[in-house]
Design a protein around this ligand. Structure first.
Ligand SMILES: [Zn+2]
Length: 207
């Protein structure tokens, strides 16, 4: 049984998720968007070590603390192939909002659709879901999916940023996320969790 902890970081209350395996004390972090000290406190208090840092996409509010954590823990940084080029081309207005933002390092691994890997006892499958950004990715871990800014509870991510596409975003949600079991728990990049079944019924942005 893995442990899922959400830490809200930065001025946009980004959901940073820490997934840990109590048997091995290994963990992975999804979207450390800021507030590196708060994330470090959690890791150090629980004596867990992040082998891997995943970003659902390159935006500064999801990657702002990557560099500090990589330097401190020697974690591997992974992001969708389509967002590799924008990791170091952030939107200035967004960067200016994130206290202590540091440009993330170049990724150790560029993720593609259906890539699979394990961290301790945590098995991750990558789902490429372009639309919010070209390289937006969701991460399937057991019956849980981490959806970044692709799918929110009863809403969807913006598609008017550079590289965004409304048509692609809707297609990604319909064809990839809505193909998951209805019981799959959805952990979005902002706001409360939901389920695939609930979103199929109640998400008016996807019809
Ligand atoms: Zn975003």
């Amino acid at each position: 049984m893995i442990n899922i902890q959400v830490l809200q970081v930065g001025p946009l209350s980004t959901n940073c998720y820490v997934l840990s395996d109590p048997e091995t004390n290994q963990c992975l972090i999804i979207d450390p968007g800021g507030d590196a000290e708060c994330i470090q406190d959690y890791l150090d208090t629980h004596g867990i070590n992040p082998q891997v840092i995943l970003a659902t996409h390159s935006h500064a509010d999801h990657t702002g603390a990557v560099k500090i954590l990589v330097e401190r823990y020697g974690s591997q940084f992974m992001i969708g192939l389509g967002d590799v080029g924008s990791v170091n081309r952030q939107m200035d207005w967004l960067v200016s909002m994130i206290d202590g933002f540091q440009d993330p390092p170049q990724p150790d691994k560029k993720l593609e659709h259906r890539d699979k890997f394990d961290v301790g006892g945590i098995s991750v499958e990558v789902l490429s879901t372009p639309g919010h950004t070209p390289g937006s990715s969701c991460f399937l871990v057991g019956d849980n999916v981490f959806t970044g800014d692709t799918l929110f509870r009863e809403s969807i991510g913006r598609f008017d940023f550079p590289g965004g596409s409304e048509a692609q975003e809707i297609e990604s949600i319909k064809n990839i996320l809505f193909a998951l079991d209805d019981e799959t728990v959805v952990f979005p990049g902002h706001g409360p969790s939901t389920s695939i079944g609930h979103e199929k019924l109640a998400n008016s942005f996807v019809r």
